[in-house]
Design a binder for this molecule. Sequence first.
Ligand code: PMP
Length: 362
Amino acid sequence: MAITLEDLPIRDDLRGQSPYGAPQKHVRVQLNVNENTHPVPEDVAEDIVAAIRQALTTVNRYPDREFTELRESLAGYLGHGLGAESIWAANGSNEVIQQLLQAFGGPGRSVLGFPPTYSMHSIIASGTGSRWIAAERDAEFRISPETAVAAVQQHRPDLVFLCGPNNPTGTPLDLATIEAVYDATDGIVMVDEAYAEFMPAGQPTALTLLPGRPRLVVSRTMSKAFAFAGARVGYLAADPAVIDALRLVRLPYHLSALTQAAAVAALRHAPEMLRMVDDIRGQRDRMVTELRAMGYQPHETWSNFVLFGGVADPRAAFESLLERDVIVRDLGIPNHLRVSAGTTEETTAFLDAMRAVAAEQP
Ligand code: PMP
């Protein structure tokens, strides 16, 4: 008989848990994990290759443990008067968040979040032995300052996770909510801004709240707007003292020399790497308009994806789209599916397939 996980002397608190499991399928139109569906421009890719080639000549040595050049590049990209001492990076923002919980969460400590939200927040909480507490949202997935403060006062968590724009709903996050949560807790407040670049132009982000708030942490990623998901580069901005805390838990040399070189080269081309953001926002808005015209109920989104309700049987609709070579995400939210904005052609393919599904599932 084959051994299963349950036969192993695994930690009791991991028994019965499920891993992160967005399906990875070879489908023509992949709109299920909120990637940027536009590839890195050819001239940028060539510059990145040249940087990696150069880095390879010294790859017999360990990389810069402090990834100073990358932190300087990220600080320059973020602006807001931030210096390299306020920036930290890791292999995707998932790892950044994990390091934050290793330092500030852990056994005997709790993390408060507001589902439906990014599933890895609770999975990283459990992986680090932190207790996950789920609080309620208001109507339309919003979180008012009052609702957030009431949850903080009730549960007294060690960390509060906010996500703006929120995945999987796309919901904007009010700065007033972040400020109110910060004032209501002595713990760390982490704002996950993975989708910040897709917000309407000119909207202030949580970065504007950092001065004078040493317990506020803002995480970002190059995976989405920057079209760099496969390279695995996430980062955060916070008080330099928070960065000191992360140095206690990171593995030495966690960012490879190749990753550092690739990210620095990509950041040199930030405007070009971000060129597709407007186009993606346009395709997202087109999805919202056309889904509404089909009778579905798309929710307000400031992100590169759309959560829509009115799907009679999400599982069947997911399968039916898959048969048409389109993959979206069924997150288990009753009567809802989530779809990432694609290129013009991919968006057209999704909308055409969705019209066929609507005809099957009136
Ligand atoms: N935060 C949010 C809200 C996300 O949706 C994602 C990716 N789906 C991440 C963080 C992780 O991104 P990465 O690890 O690729 O930086």
